[in-house]
Design a protein around this ligand. Sequence first.
Ligand code: SAM
Length: 233
Amino acid sequence: MKLEMYSEYAQKYDLAVRDNIYNAHLERPSLQAMLEDITGLDVLDLGCGSGVYAEYLIEQGATKITCLDASEQMIAIVKHKFGDRVSAYSQDLSIGLPQEASNSADVIISPLVIHYIEDLPALFAEISRVLKPSGYIVFSTHHPFADFECSSSGNYFERELVKDVWDTVGKPVEVTFYRRSLTEIMDAVTTNGLAVIQLSEGRVSDNVKQISMQQYEYLSKNPNFIFVKCRKL
Ligand SMILES: C[S@@+](CC[C@H](N)C(=O)[O-])C[C@H]1O[C@@H](n2cnc3c(N)ncnc32)[C@H](O)[C@@H]1O
């Protein structure tokens, strides 16, 4: 699935997510809170976007950081920002992780990406293959409860391809993603040798009060993302 938001608008997306409410003050602090000490570890970032997480992984002392994204524009931004401090290459995750060796990653992160993948069990089979024994993945995705508002079928349990329009980059851009039930997400994980060890619905940072009290109130009372940490059995 080619997404304009992450190709044509990649540079604008990079600028937008550095300090916006949903990414910088809700998603990233919530996911980062679920990571353990990553000093000296081998970390894979699936759907790395423009590298906002790569920057964090470098700061936290990961030894080897590998960034994958379907968008060549995003990969070009990551290479430009970090040079040889990270290894970055273009990869469509819907066909797996063919360039990654089995049992090679200590930690995998995949922030806000799995809703673009139709066949989730196939992706989690690959994640499980590439993780070292006892390694873990933390991923985030749209909260199934929040996405159900976009349903046209009215059947929560049926996977749907949803079209929506987001103004993340300062103008309306159409995005397409899969809306699915929590059961479908959990089944994809647990049928592939991964055990869920933590689940969070995130927490908006207090400093959003200074940016928009209305948004703070909304995000304090309504679920927007879920965050799942799974360990390889
Ligand atoms: C919402 S952005 C998140 C980027 C980054 N993880 C972050 O948190 O800033 C989603 C990213 O997933 C990538 N993506 C979408 N579908 C993909 C696929 N099939 N394979 C690899 N990457 C994909 C997009 O190109 C985009 O960079």
